[in-house]
Design a protein around this ligand. Structure first.
Ligand SMILES: Cc1cc2nc3c(=O)[nH]c(=O)nc-3n(C[C@H](O)[C@H](O)[C@H](O)COP(=O)(O)OP(=O)(O)OC[C@H]3O[C@@H](n4cnc5c(N)ncnc54)[C@H](O)[C@@H]3O)c2cc1C
Length: 398
């Protein structure tokens, strides 16, 4: 059986795995192999909405997302300008609790240098002319936020990684993955890869892969839904919008269409057996909210609707870095529904760590808030709590 020696083997060719391969190959760390039993974009990346916002929970998260955004802007400008558009993000609240949380979040975001403006609710229609906002009490606008086409960004990273020498092995089932004789060994049909370091970047599948090798991390895959609609009329580009109380969001899509979502189900699912079609109740709720909130879109035609699987963690922060107690093993995932906007930034930081031999203090520090080592011992079951959060991070340093 042919065996390939690699420096790093990456399990998973979603946006996180492809971005990591790109950054590792660009750093010339040695041979990089990316393995996926499916194809790039087969997981959550191919089903994501692609909103990229700086309205996040901590200074660290804002920095990482800015780094992603800079990478996506540069790569799209070079390879596919349609994959990245700066359109801004408007959010509003009507309930008293959401209003207070939005006010506090706005102050925090400003203190981290995020460009964010309060908009008087009666002026919301200047940004979102097809909406109805009589009950909105507080609203904000972050003009530098963007939308991307996630699968295209993933493909651009994969192509860049290939050009820099990374080897992609796609479309064959995984037969074995284990530590043996001082290396990680991956067996896929007729081939073997042996690597000093392995990175589990398998999205919702990471939980089972890590558990099977005896290094479980607290991850909970959950199902979330989105739809594309075609409104009778409307601008080609508009700001992404989020109604905080209804938890409904929408962004512009190509050809004058709208991509909208709200359908997160807070129960754990199996990424191999989840229902990939959208629920009737999701489509009905979207239609009802659109009719009430966006009368200009009330007659929008449903083009398609679907579900994908994201991965939650107990504290809603990603898991990126060395897996505790497992030599040469790393994880990148647990994005709690926001992996597109974080992937480029965290992948660059993880590549820096791997290039430093896995223990560079500066590289570890740049991943500190998301290192898997913050969870000790056997993970206890927990309920997923993802979504656009208005919470603050707990650690004031980050
Ligand atoms: C409806 C919806 C809307 C979303 N909207 C947004 C948004 O607006 N903004 C945002 O930032 N994020 C959004 N997300 C979240 C985002 O899609 C994910 O966080 C991100 O795509 C995760 O990327 P990933 O590479 O970690 O995982 P994935 O894209 O899931 O990739 C994992 C890959 O691992 C592979 N794999 C499985 N088993 C194995 C194995 N044994 N070995 C190797 N590989 C394996 C899979 O085939 C898959 O290709 C949304 C998600 C959904 C579903």
């Amino acid at each position: 059986m042919p065996s390939t020696a690699a420096e790093v083997v990456i399990l998973g060719a979603g946006i996180a795995g492809c971005a990591l391969a790109y950054h590792l190959a660009s750093r010339h760390v040695g041979p990089v192999v990316v393995y996926d039993p499916r194809t790039p974009g087969a997981g959550a990346t191919g089903r994501a909405a692609g909103i990229v916002t700086e309205q996040l929970w901590s200074r660290w998260d804002v920095d990482v997302t800015r780094e992603s955004k800079a990478q996506y802007a540069a790569l799209s400008a070079r390879w596919d300008p349609s994959a990245y558009t700066v359109n801004g993000f408007v959010r509003w609240a009507h309930g008293p609790e959401a209003q207070a949380a939005l006010g506090a979040a706005t102050d925090r975001l400003r203190s981290w240098g995020v460009s964010i403006e309060e908009i008087a609710p009666d002026r919301l229609r200047e940004r979102v002319p097809w909406g109805r906002f009589e009950d909105a009490a507080r609203a904000v606008w972050s003009p530098q936020d963007a939308v991307v086409t996630p699968s295209t960004i993933g493909e651009i990273y994969a192509e860049g990684a290939r050009r820099a020498g990374a080897d992609f092995r796609l479309g064959t089932p995984m037969e074995s993955f284990a530590r043996s004789a001082g290396a990680w060994e991956l067996g896929t049909g007729a081939a073997r890869v042996r690597a000093g370091s392995a990175v589990v970047a398998a999205g919702a599948w990471s939980k089972a892969i890590l558990a099977a090798i005896g290094h479980p991390l607290p991850l909970a895959p959950y199902r979330t839904q989105a739809a594309v609609l075609r409104p009778p009329l409307g601008p080609e580009v508009f700001p992404s919008v989020h109604d905080i109380d209804e938890d409904v969001y929408a962004r512009p899509e190509a050809k004058g269409r709208i991509l909208a979502g709200d359908g997160t189900r807070l129960v754990e699912v199996d990424p191999d057996t989840f229902r990939t079609g959208a629920d009737e109740s999701f489509v009905a709720h979207l239609a009802e909210t659109f009719g009430r909130r966006f009368p200009g879109w009330a007659d929008a035609e449903l083009v398609r609707a679907w579900a994908g699987v994201c991965t939650s963690t107990p504290d809603r922060r990603p898991l990126v870095g060395p897996v505790p107690g497992a030599e040469g093993l790393y994880a990148i995932g647990g994005f709690n529904g926001f992996g597109v906007m974080r992937a480029g930034g965290v992948a660059a930081r993880l590549a820096e760590l791997l290039a430093s031999g896995g223990s560079g203090p500066a590289a570890l520090e740049r991943l500190r808030p998301v290192l898997p080592g913050r969870f000790a011992g056997t993970p206890a079951p927990f309920a997923p709590r993802p979504g656009f959060t208005l919470d603050a991070g707990d650690d004031p340093r980050y």
